[in-house]
Design a protein around this ligand. Structure first.
Ligand code: KDG
Ligand code: MG
Length: 401
């Protein structure tokens, strides 16, 4: 007889930062978890799950992952968007967890088995000054990372994305505000990577995130000016609403491009992939509809020589990292996985079997996703309202963060 879903709980906790987790339980005694965290909008996705999704799940056969996905996606007239797709992702990942546990297999086996034994990953480094950024880069190289993202403060700008700022003014719980000047940034960025190559040589992969700030021609200029420094990738050069502008960027630079951590669906990256305007697709499991949908994105990307480079910042929970590592173990067109260490207290809430060694990530071998949530521990870390930053040009104009 088919199993059935008996309960689905939304657990919001803040062990160092906010995470939204969905736990699904079945009549046969199995359970699975999925991440639904959307940084800065956690309670919106928690309410979407609680009020609209959970009632539709009770009584369904957990093995019918595809049908549940279609029901929640196609069956909602108001579809797509980060909140909806993160909610669907949480259900989807929890159901894959349950299916793999029922099969007694680690999830990557169910997806098609291992294409590789371990996964290349990259870490973040930053510094308020060039010297501080280079010291952080050298420390990461010494720690054994093979791929390192480099962000450095730009002289004349006080607070910019990716660089820890000690002097952020108190905004009374509202978003911090960064400042931005594209001309200053474009002049400084090549100096950072010229110095980075001098410090760590040719063999370390260097990455950089422009975090959606540039206009198309500025993005082309940046890609061109960084070509001598052989980047592994340049990320999110332009805002993501308009895929077509990447044609201009691509015509003018051979610096590899990675885009898509804020994408929610295959339609957000269809042009980028089919016209080979990018080299790496960043859309990942929690924000793009779960394993069921990201598998479609990865398969489309594979047809066009685009590899995966999944978003893996610390605001994506350890549950998403577990799913990404099973996916990465299997997916034929794997490229790299972003890796950030989660706040220490998150280890009291989540127990996982994936690991990091010698600059590489390893998925676990226990049945399912290989991660559990301790609900009593989660209750000790209640939700804390928090926002991502906003960004302004130096004349006060609101800009992309
Ligand atoms: O929630 C937003 C962060 O995860 C994002 O700003 C981090 O750009 C990021 C990255 O590349 O990790
Ligand atoms: Mg990014």
């Amino acid at each position: 007889m088919a199993d059935r879903i008996t309960a689905a709980k939304v657990i919001v906790c803040s062990p160092g930062r906010n995470f939204v987790t969905l736990k699904i339980e079945t009549a046969s005694g199995l359970s699975g978890i999925g991440d639904a965290t959307v940084n800065g909008r956690e309670m919106a996705v928690a309410a979407y799950l609680q009020e609209h999704v959970v009632p539709c799940l009770i009584g369904r056969d957990p093995a019918r992952i595809e049908d549940v996905w279609q029901y929640l996606y196609r069956g909602a007239y108001w579809r797509r968007g980060p909140i909806t797709m993160a909610a669907i992702a949480a259900v989807d990942v929890a159901l894959w967890d349950i299916k793999a546990k029922a099969a007694g297999m680690p999830l990557y086996q169910l997806l098609g088995g291992a294409s590789r034994s371990h996964m290349l990953c990259y870490t973040h480094t930053d510094g308020a000054t060039l010297d501080e950024a280079m010291a952080a880069l050298e420390r990461a190289a010494e720690a054994g990372y093979h791929a390192i993202r480099v962000q450095a403060g730009v002289p004349g700008l006080k607070r910019i994305y990716g660089v820890h700022a000690a002097d952020a003014p108190d905004m009374g719980g509202l978003p911090n505000e960064g400042d931005w000047d594209t001309a200053k940034y474009l002049r400084f960025a090549p100096k950072v990577f010229e110095e980075a190559r001098k410090r760590v040589g040719a063999d370390i992969h260097l990455l950089h995130d422009a975090h959606h700030r540039l206009l198309p021609n500025e993005a082309a200029q940046l890609g061109k000016s960084l070509e001598p420094y052989d980047l592994f990738w340049l990320e999110d050069v332009t805002p993501v609403e308009n895929q077509e502008v990447l044609r201009h960027v691509r015509r003018h630079t051979t610096t590899p491009l990675a885009i898509g951590e804020v994408f929610n669906s295959i339609w957000d990256c269809q042009t980028l992939i089919t016209e080979q305007l990018i080299d790496y697709i960043r859309a990942t499991i929690v924000h793009a509809g779960g394993i069921t949908h990201v598998r479609r994105i990865a398969d489309l990307a594979g047809l066009y020589g685009v590899r995966t480079g999944f978003h893996g910042a610390a605001d994506l929970s350890p549950v998403t990292m577990a799913a990404a590592l099973h996916f990465g173990r299997w997916v034929p067109n794997f490229g790299i996985q972003e890796y950030s260490i989660h706040p220490k207290d998150s280890q009291q809430v989540f127990q996982w079997d994936w690991s990091f060694r010698d600059g590489y990530l390893f998925s676990g071998e226990s049945p399912g996703l290989g991660i559990t949530i301790d609900e009593a521990a989660a209750a000790r870390f209640p939700y804390q309202r928090a926002y991502l930053d906003v960004n302004r040009l130096t004349d006060g104009t609101l800009w992309n963060w």
